[in-house]
Design a protein around this ligand. Structure first.
Ligand code: 1HN
Length: 373
């Protein structure tokens, strides 16, 4: 019976038509009318399980940093719009994606530089890597930014950035859903009519209003489809993880992990992009699992390694790596004394909204992948 089922699935249930001269000329006829025979493409467009075109990649900060800084001498923000070196997955070059339908890049600005205001249908985030004095303005809310701060520029918001005159060169990671929005053919883009927007709220008002743990401003009427807390600072994030770590066993697959949430709803920070920070305790090694969705990690603290589809990637602070959809992955903290923290952004809100989220654990080999490279 089992053999018959396998035969039925593998052969009878799948397209299995060999070319004959007659069929080939039939396909040519169909093509003249912008049509095709489904059985010639069915096996490709109906994989048994997700087949990512993306490959796991580790982008080492020590390789990239000097190239990112060099761009400062080569182009000005007013020429380039944004001075960014983007992360290009070898399997996703045509759509300029870092993994799946997610884009990422490293943006650099020098003290005194400003980038003009614009808005677009893609949602964006920044994760600050180094430097002092960076700020971003989102719909009139100005926010000062420090290392490991996470800031949102949701779909449709006017946004611009700069570094104060008394700051230092600043580098941050940008994350956007722009490949997804382009795939959906839904992208609009506009430059602010005045090139810059007015700061219409007190500086850092969003963290002052919405950043209190478990507290919501009395009588607020926030109804926008994204978090009113635009900036998630590192200190309270790390403190929350440390406190949680002291009382939880954590996830076998992710260690101590917390999602950044919209405090008005408890849901993800934006409608298409979610984010998390996870802590791997000293010596912690997680087990392997895989799920749908695309994931871009930045090492916020510490060093360790991840095994992704059998390949080991050793990382340290500021390195960035990606986990493609349905790739087995597990993480390890290489230190026996210090914790390691991984920032991650992903397209999980899309996967959940479309009911496409699926996950499974690796059962063989005590939950660890054999390392093949
Ligand atoms: C964008 O708006 C920024 O605002 C950075 O800093 C990178 C990449 C593609 C499309 C828009 C920014 C971007 C971007």
């Amino acid at each position: 019976m089992a053999r018959y089922d396998a035969y039925r699935e593998e052969v009878l249930g799948r397209a299995n038509v060999s070319d004959t001269p007659e069929l080939v000329s039939y396909y040519e006829e169909l093509a003249k009318f912008e049509t095709g025979a489904l059985w010639t493409v069915a096996n490709k467009i109906e994989p048994w399980q997700p087949q990512s075109d993306s490959v796991p990649v580790l982008w080492r900060y020590k390789d990239l940093r000097e190239h990112v800084l060099r761009s400062v001498d080569l182009v000005k923000p007013e020429q380039a719009g944004r001075r960014v070196i983007y992360l290009n997955n070898p399997g996703r070059r045509e759509v300029s994606a870092a993994v799946g339908w997610l884009y990422s890049g490293l943006q650099v600005m020098h003290p005194g530089e400003v980038a003009t205001a614009h808005r677009h249908s893609s949602s964006a985030l920044r994760f600050i890597m180094e430097g002092r004095g960076a700020y971003t303005i989102v719909d009139g809310h100005k926010m000062t930014l420090g290392a490991n701060d996470f800031v949102l520029t949701p779909n449709g918001t006017w946004h611009e950035h700069g570094v104060s005159e008394d700051g230092t060169p600043c580098i941050w990671q940008d994350g956007l859903d722009i490949p997804l929005v382009n795939a959906l053919e839904a992208g609009f883009y506009a430059v602010h009519p005045d090139l810059h927007q007015a700061v219409t709220f007190p500086v850092n008002d969003s963290t002052a209003s919405w950043g209190g743990a478990g507290l919501r401003p009395y009588g607020d009427s926030w109804s926008k489809p994204y978090s009113p807390l635009f900036k998630y600072e590192w200190e309270p994030t790390y403190e929350a993880l440390r406190r949680y770590a002291a009382t939880t066993a954590g996830s076998p697959y992710d260690g101590v992990i917390m999602n950044y949430v919209n405090p008005a709803t408890g849901g993800p920070v934006m409608s298409t992009i979610g984010a998390s920070m996870q802590m791997l305790r000293p010596g912690e090694k997680t087990k392997a699992h895989r799920h749908t969705g695309s994931f871009i990690y930045q090492v916020a603290k510490g060093k360790g390694y991840s095994v992704i589809n059998g390949r080991r990637f050793d990382w340290e602070e500021r390195d960035i790596f990606c986990v493609p959809s349905w790739a087995f992955h597990e993480h390890a903290n290489a230190s026996e004394s210090e914790d390691a923290c991984l920032f991650c952004f992903n397209d999980l809100p899309v996967m959940h909204a479309l009911r496409l989220y699926w996950e499974e654990a690796l059962v063989d080999n005590d939950g660890h992948q054999p390392i093949v490279a």
